[in-house]
Design a protein around this ligand. Structure first.
Ligand SMILES: Cc1cc2nc3c(=O)[nH]c(=O)nc-3n(C[C@H](O)[C@H](O)[C@H](O)COP(=O)(O)OP(=O)(O)OC[C@H]3O[C@@H](n4cnc5c(N)ncnc54)[C@H](O)[C@@H]3O)c2cc1C
Length: 471
């Protein structure tokens, strides 16, 4: 077979997961190609992002371009979730145009040296005899073959490499459309629970908004006749926080898409990895899909770099990735069930009950255990908590995964090797059995500056890894 190009890595899909991985792989010196089936600019669902997500975009070198794009700044959201009151909640973030954001990320990939194949159809992805991959792609005028040592599947909710998917919740369907606002709306975003559906309103410009209704596809198929428009209109009737006068006029055909939470059974293999939605699609209720896609792109690039350049660390790298995915599945399904449970407690409909999955209603509370102010006086003796343990585990160390000593504690997910880039085990090992809290930066002064020591001591106290000394 004659290959048009041979790459270290071929990435399938140029959404946030694929492009963030591509940018980082190229920056690490690997030869990457990205294959996208659609012509850009193309719109996409998934427009609400938080300021933490913007920090990741900035890390990828797009801070200035993001600011110049002038996406709609979200400051205030309205929430009507299981009660008859609409609460206004300050919530910082942006409502972005994904056609623009995804275009910026793809441009950044090109500038980093990534070869872009677009628009092309992926016809075949197969293992070759020498255990590399062959990818057959076709555009209007030609068919080409690419060769790759490693494949990244970042093709979104419909993965490009077949594999079992595990459902993390009942089926969920989104029907959304664009609206031209007429009345005055005081908030930028709205989330509202209805009888058997929930609504999401996101303003995208002074007089424009996207309105999505999330429902059970089984219920919609059974109860509503007519096309998607009739189903959409039927669903919108049950919501109260926003009047139809305020919403103005629907100015696009409604689009329906699957929004069910699910994850891949095999997120990573010997020479492939799944990133973004192709690995884990969380319930849109969390508004975290883009964040998770970027995060998985950044982490995934390090996993791939390790597997290609330090094959002796390949198994710890895969283990690290699987552990992170398992943690995220647990965290997001748990939180989502609790959110559905809050409505289920007030509304008996099966839509809420089934999604709550028997989760208890947890009132929004502060961190547990409650934060105590750090002790200040020289007489206040503290110690490392007996619940903090040391263990060897794979961690990210620069652009590789390595096995290192980590600190484990019930209040932290997984193990922590570094805080602010400093080896935490080394710092804890330097502490005597008990000591005054205010002396900590001085005990560590040969390792780190006093200000860094003071911040890390405060983080350890907040996590209860440092506690009051007994006796
Ligand atoms: C209704 C709904 C609302 C959502 N709202 C939010 C929100 O407000 N905030 C948020 O953060 N997240 C939201 N999400 C989730 C968010 O959209 C996704 O998590 C995010 O886009 C995932 O990024 P990705 O790069 O993994 O995949 P995608 O963004 O889906 O990108 C995949 C890319 O791969 C391409 N592709 C597909 N198949 C192939 C193939 N075979 N070969 C080559 N290319 C291919 C596609 O054209 C696409 O460009 C929402 C999801 C849904 C369903």
């Amino acid at each position: 077979m004659k290959f048009a190009a041979e790459h270290d890595v071929v990435i399938l899909g140029a959404g946030p997961a694929g492009t963030s991985a591509a940018i980082r792989l190229a920056q690490m010196g690997l030869d990457a190609g990205i294959v996208e089936r659609r012509r850009f600019p193309r719109g996409h669902v998934g427009i609400c992002i938080s300021d933490e997500t913007v920090a990741l975009i900035d890390y990828l070198g797009l801070g200035r371009e993001f600011n110049n794009a002038q996406f709609w700044r979200r400051n205030l959201s309205a929430v009507r979730w299981g009660d008859s009151e609409t609460r206004l909640v300050p919530q910082q973030g942006y409502h972005v145009d994904r056609a623009v954001l995804d275009g910026l990320l793809l441009c950044r990939s090109r500038a980093a040296g990534v070869r872009v194949y677009q628009p092309v159809q992926v016809q075949k992805v197969e293992r070759l005899q020498d255990s590399s991959w062959g990818v057959a792609i076709a555009s209007d005028d030609r068919r080409q073959f690419l060769k790759a040592r490693f494949i990244v599947d970042a093709a979104g909710r419909r993965p490009a490499i077949p594999g079992a998917r595990i459902k993390d919740g009942p089926p969920l369907l989104s029907i959304h459309a664009n609206w031209a606002l007429r009345g005055m709306v005081e908030f930028d975003g709205l989330i509202e629970a209805g009888e058997d559906a929930w609504l999401w309103y996101a303003r995208t410009a002074r007089d424009r908004a996207v309105v999505s209704a999330f429902c059970d596809p089984r219920r919609v198929a059974a109860s509503e006749r007519g096309g998607v428009q009739a189903k959409y209109a039927g669903l919108l009737r049950q919501f109260r926080a926003l009047s139809l006068e305020q919403m103005g006029e629907q100015c696009s055909d409604p689009q329906a898409c699957d929004a069910t939470s699910q994850h891949a059974e095999d997120p990573v293999g010997n020479s492939y990895i799944r990133l973004g939605d192709s690995c884990l699609s969380v319930d849109p209720l969390s508004s975290q899909g883009v964040h998770l896609a970027l995060q998985s792109g950044l982490q995934g690039a390090i996993i791939v770099n390790t597997m290609l350049r330090k094959p002796e660390n390949a198994e710890p790298a895969r283990q690290f990735f699987r552990m992170r995915i398992t943690e995220r599945v647990g965290r997001y399904t748990g939180r989502t069930k609790q959110e559905y449970a809050r409505v289920s407690a007030m509304c008996p409909n099966a839509f809420w009950h089934e999604r709550a999955g028997g989760a208890p209603v947890v009132e929004a509370a502060g961190p547990y255990p409650p934060l105590e102010p750090a002790p200040r006086g020289p007489a206040d003796q503290v110690a490392v908590s007996p619940h903090a343990t040391l263990d060897a585990a794979p961690v990210i160390d620069g652009i590789f995964v390595q096995v290192r000593q980590v600190v484990r504690h019930p209040n932290i997910d997984g193990g922590v090797a570094y805080v602010e880039g400093v080896d935490l085990v080394r710092l804890l090992s330097a502490l005597p059995p008990s000591f005054a809290y205010c002396d900590i930066p001085w005990i560590w002064r040969n390792h780190i500056p006093l200000a860094t020591g003071s911040r890390i001591a405060s983080w350890l106290w907040d996590k209860s890894i440092l506690v009051q000394a007994t006796g």
